[in-house]
Design a binder for this molecule. Structure first.
Ligand SMILES: Cc1cc2nc3c(=O)[nH]c(=O)nc-3n(C[C@H](O)[C@H](O)[C@H](O)COP(=O)(O)OP(=O)(O)OC[C@H]3O[C@@H](n4cnc5c(N)ncnc54)[C@H](O)[C@@H]3O)c2cc1C
Length: 454
């Protein structure tokens, strides 16, 4: 069957560093045929393009997306596992599994990611401190190598290739399908405890002592506040609500799942966007004040607790033409002073938008390029037009490197090969495995070239 290629300009979610590639949507049955052609600039798989930087781009080369739907998924309720095509999105899967009493093992802050993208980035969620990242829950996956051969791999079946593929940013092959375990749920609600913390020290203390009592934990921080209010924040810790916690009326429809779409940001907005120091300061003040000082036990729906930003389509346009980048790093436990130092540098620079998240990670998994490590992770969205941004980020990179931390490949748009080599000490081990399955360097990406991953 002939595949229709179009020449398209692609970006990541941050809308920076566009590049042009030959793009096509393919079914799993015709991928192998396409790999036979010699592509000078290589091939890359792309999911829903929700990585922020250039991870899903391949300038001058080929970019393929797998057709995906939830129709071909197989839910095995007895074992609590789901088998899904790699092109299926968590959005589609949740519509099928929540009403049947299951939740995905890990979800990022958006449900518009594919199974392939979730594995290739080894995504983490609010439950990392308890349950690890997506790869920890994959029982088996089907991988097509550069030579077109198809392999079933998993933690007990060719574990070396499996763990190189988890977090391997699409550079070991095409993930065609995966079987992963699910979380059984009694209701589609989360019971959430809210705490307002007056500064970063109070937040760190609160998370260090209370996170382990809850399955989910995430904090928003105001990275424009300084002085005694440095890193003032709101912490939301949650658990899936038990049926017994609901009234009989609520219990009658306990697994209702209806994510709402409220609006879409139009394509034409002022080139400088809507996010600036004034609007962000105002937003942060209101956001902090609207939360109770301490509240135990409110109920939130799955979309409200896990995916609040998804209610607004194309919200990434609010940053204007230049787009934005998300700076995300992890620092090991014991490096709280350095975390505070980074928070202070960002706060003093007055560059951060209101989208700032702090999480506490649990144990790492065996994947050489998996991002999470036991410690802290901070994500900060910053408009690219912010003054002095390059200088600021390079100074933060130094702190991250010197503290034994690392940057998240799925979010990165700016860092250097040196920072990646320092942050991922097993990079050479991963490169060896990668080369053994792709000696002709078929798999390519802008990210891989920029950060010298292959
Ligand atoms: C609002 C928002 C919130 C987010 N929150 C989080 C979060 O909390 N935690 C987190 O970890 N991440 C988070 N992310 C990032 C996101 O989860 C990852 O970037 C994820 O990989 C995106 O999936 P995708 O399907 O869009 O993949 P893409 O962005 O299209 O691709 C990502 C990588 O996966 C590879 N890939 C995709 N499909 C395949 C395949 N079939 N076979 C092989 N490789 C493949 C690509 O080559 C690329 O390297 C967030 C993103 C957004 C926009």
């Amino acid at each position: 069957m002939n595949t229709d290629f179009t020449t398209s300009r692609l970006t990541g979610w941050g809308r920076t560093s566009p590049s042009t590639a030959s793009v096509a949507q393919v079914s799993r049955d015709n991928v192998a045929g396409l790999l036979k052609d010699p592509y000078r600039r290589g091939v890359l798989m792309r999911g829903l393009g929700r990585s922020y930087g250039d991870a899903a781009q391949n300038a001058g080369g080929v970019v393929l997306s797998l057709e995906g739907s939830a129709e071909e998924t197989v839910l095995d309720a007895a074992t609590g596992t789901l088998t899904a095509g790699a092109g299926a999105s968590l959005h589609d899967l949740l519509k099928v599994i929540v009403p049947q009493g299951f939740f995905v093992p890990v979800t990022p802050g958006t449900r518009f990611v594919t199974v392939g993208g979730a594995i290739a980035s080894d995504i983490h969620g609010k439950n990392h401190h308890v349950e690890g990242s997506f790869g920890n829950h994959v029982r088996q996956l089907t991988l097509m190598l550069a030579d077109g051969t198809v392999h079933e791999i998993g933690p007990d079946q060719n574990p070396t290739l499996f763990w190189a593929t988890v977090g391997g940013m699409g550079l070991t092959g095409v993930i065609l399908e995966a079987t992963f375990s699910l979380i059984p749920i009694e209701t589609s609600l989360c019971t959430v405890n809210t705490i307002r913390c007056r500064n970063i020290d109070v937040l760190i203390d609160e998370m260090s002592h209370g996170d382990d009592d809850h399955r989910y934990s995430v904090a928003w921080a105001d990275l424009l506040a300084t002085g005694s209010r440095l890193g003032r924040s709101v912490l939301w810790r949650g658990d899936h609500t038990k049926l017994a916690e609901l009234s009989s009326k609520e219990a009658a429809d306990a697994l209702k799942y209806e994510p709402k779409h409220l609006a879409t940001v139009p394509p034409l907005i002022p080139s400088f966007g809507f996010v600036n120091k004034m609007s962000s300061t105002l937003f942060n003040e209101l956001w902090f004040r609207k939360e109770p000082r301490r509240k135990n036990g409110g109920h939130k729906s799955i979309p409200a607790y896990f995916h609040p930003l998804d209610a607004i389509g194309s919200w990434n346009r609010v940053y204007g033409n230049g787009g934005f980048l998300q700076y995300q790093f992890a620092l090991p436990f014991g490096r709280e002073d350095e975390l505070r130092q980074i928070v202070e540098r960002i706060a003093v620079s007055k560059t951060a938008s209101p989208l700032v998240v702090l999480k506490r990670f649990g144990d790492a998994n065996p994947a050489p390029l998996s991002f999470p490590m036991p410690g802290w992770t901070l994500t900060v969205d910053i408009p690219t037009r912010a003054e002095g941004l390059g200088q600021l980020l390079h100074s933060l990179d130094e702190v991250v490197m010197q503290s034994g931390g690392r940057h998240y490949l799925a979010k990165d748009a700016h860092t250097t090969p040196t920072a990646i080599r320092r942050g991922y000490p097993r990079l050479d081990e991963w490169k060896q495995i990668q080369r053994s399955v792709d000696p002709g360097q078929l798999w390519q990406s802008d990210l891989a070239r920029r950060l010298e991953l292959i």
